[in-house]
Design a protein around this ligand. Structure first.
Ligand SMILES: CC(C)(COP(=O)(O)OP(=O)(O)OC[C@H]1O[C@@H](n2cnc3c(N)ncnc32)[C@H](O)[C@@H]1OP(=O)(O)O)[C@@H](O)C(=O)NCCC(=O)NCCS
Length: 184
């Protein structure tokens, strides 16, 4: 395995035409179609960097900011933004182009955490990332911070959940749009 690799060596872009079979009942492209394409480009990018099979562990920041229409060309630009020991975060920018008008819209940016697997199916060490410009340095630091925030939110949620009792829940939920009707 190579010990360190620049971001550019694994950068991947895929472009796909949005055909009518991808549409939902409202005539727009299904979010699930876009998520499936994003998972593929994340896999391609991560496995090129890791030089091995990778699996998706978590997905952050999925927001469909604008609808994608049938007939548009969707492009997904993916880069490894961060590497840990066996995990990698792949940042994906999704754009959709109307070929008639030439107008391109940014529909979403998401972050896929992937883990490299060895022949024994256990997490495998990935090459270090060589950061060649300020943008790549900035992205690496952003992903480091995101990981720290996620870990701290998870610890707080676990703590809050372990202390929660149903009687407290009634007070906490009194102004919320739900009713507690526990079936025994
Ligand atoms: C992901 C997986 C390999 C982690 O296995 P594990 O025995 O918990 O391994 P570890 O605790 O050593 O974690 C391995 C890496 O995953 C990261 N990781 C584990 N759970 C994570 C989570 N929920 N979010 C982000 N990263 C996570 C760890 O931080 C670690 O990263 P690092 O080596 O860079 O520090 C295992 O849970 C798995 O195989 N999951 C199924 C994945 C899959 O099949 N995906 C396809 C979708 S169905």
């Amino acid at each position: 395995m190579t010990s360190s690799k620049p971001v550019r060596l694994s950068q991947t872009t895929i472009t796909e035409l949005m055909i009518p079979a991808y549409a939902n009942f409202g005539g727009k492209i299904h979010g699930g179609i876009l998520l499936s394409l994003m998972d593929k480009v994340a896999y391609a990018t991560a496995s090129k960097h890791a030089e091995t099979y990778c699996v998706t562990v978590s997905v952050d920041k999925v927001e469909f900011l604008q609808p994608v229409e049938v007939g548009e060309l969707v492009s997904m630009m993916a880069s490894v933004n961060y590497v840990g020991n066996t995990s990698l975060v792949v940042g994906i920018r999704v754009e959709s182009q109307n070929v008639k008008t030439g107008i391109t819209k940014h529909t979403n940016s998401s972050y896929f955490t992937m883990v490299a697997k060895g022949e024994d199916d256990k997490p495998a060490i990935v090459p270090k990332l060589i950061l060649e410009n300020e943008e790549e340095v900035k992205r690496f630091i952003e992903m480091m911070r995101m990981k720290e925030i996620k870990n701290s939110v998870k610890a707080k949620m676990d703590d809050a959940y372990s202390k929660m009792e149903v009687e407290n829940a009634k007070t906490i939920l009194k102004d919320q749009r739900c009713e507690i009707k526990i079936r025994l």
